[in-house]
Design a binder for this molecule. Sequence first.
Ligand code: SDX
Length: 431
Amino acid sequence: MTDEKKSATLNISGAEYELPILSPTAGPDVLDIRKLYGQAGVFTYDPGFTSTASCDSTITYIDGNKGELLHRGYPIDQLADKSHYLEVCFIVLYGDLPTAAELERFESTITRHTMLHEQMQYFFRGFRRDAHPMAIMVGVVGAMAAFYHDSTDINDERQREIASHRLIAKMPTIAAWAYKYSIGQPFVYPRNDLDYASNFLHMCFAVPAEEYQIDPILSRAMDRIFTLHADHEQNASTSTVRLASSSGANPFACIAAGIACLWGPAHGGANQACLEMLREIGSVENIPEAIRRAKDKDDPFRLMGFGHRVYKNFDPRAKVMKQSADEVLDLLGVENNPTLQVAKELEAAALVDDYFAEKKLFPNVDFYSGIILEAMGFPTSMFTPIFALSRTVGWVSQWKEQLADPQLKIGRPRQLYLGQTAREYVDIENR
Ligand code: SDX
């Protein structure tokens, strides 16, 4: 924040209050209301936090009007094009590009944390086979606190780092095993000779009966999907992780809370909901009716994969994802995928529709990801778990950043109370 002292004057019933204005390195100024209630006896009111900064951060910056997304200052399209997921994890976690030696050490550390405690298999076996993999991930990640006691002390910096590494490393194994369990196939152990994305594909699609051939184009596309979902400022699930962490909860409990929040169709569950919507639309002839329904206030139907709280322009991740969709579907010889055709026609139709233009509803990160993942052989139920494993680095980085804040206080919002004022209890015989 710059040192220029700026402030705003608030006048309430003739009394004036000076509120400091804090200036960021990028983005809008911030009105500091931390002393407002103590000085003026009033709360601010902002359900959904559309105008509220919950913290300060140096990790990710989004300019919704420009369609810009930076991780520690590096634009997402450059990272998607030139970097790879574990290097992006290093950047998001530690703040800058690694040297070759730092990257090698980091990748080696993550690679050697990919196995799960052998007893954790029993958690998977306790679920019904048709359990949603997100239900399994929430349960298994929360249960990590029961197995990794040596990295639950949030006041120990080394334990915080080990917990971060364990979570980044083990999420692909947990997600892959949730998938294997749901299809009745044996768990496939991680391999240290494979890169992060190839290892995940191997754990998902290899079977003991034959050698699994990893296609470099598919593993590159998988790695890019991980990168595009790595972090995204104070979105709902990240804010959930921060709020859970503010009470001093252990890292595995905090990340399990983030996974639970991400599951919702308005957030990370949108990639599954979007593909189900595209399938429901079925053909390009049905697109006008879908757009009509999306505009009808009396119809709860929304175009999943469209719109965003922050982006009022194209989601830069959707642009990169669209390129990957073309590459992967072309490779797999399914460029005539009917779902992709509907997606492309729907996008074209929505972008010229006055309603969507007026409300600035553009395709978001979830619009194309489901199409790629389906083409790669994933069931829709695995889309959000893949989002969750990708976002783990963002969650743990924001969790670590908050714990390092000397001003950290437990998050405890107030409310606008509209209920009954105090009244006397009446015995039942007198009611
Ligand atoms: C993610 O926050 C993040 O950064 C999230 C994320 C991340 O990386 O962490 O980017 C990941 O969650 C992406 C968003 C995925 N969700 C979807 O694709 C679901 C469909 N989208 C909508 O549910 C909605 O756009 C949200 C939830 C994404 C944003 O909701 P907002 O900002 O609260 O906006 P809103 O719901 O108030 O909508 C504003 C207007 C409304 O109309 P009015 O009441 O003003 O008349 O736009 C309309 C809405 O009805 N609208 C839509 C629409 N999205 C918003 N109308 C039709 N279809 C849609 N998809």
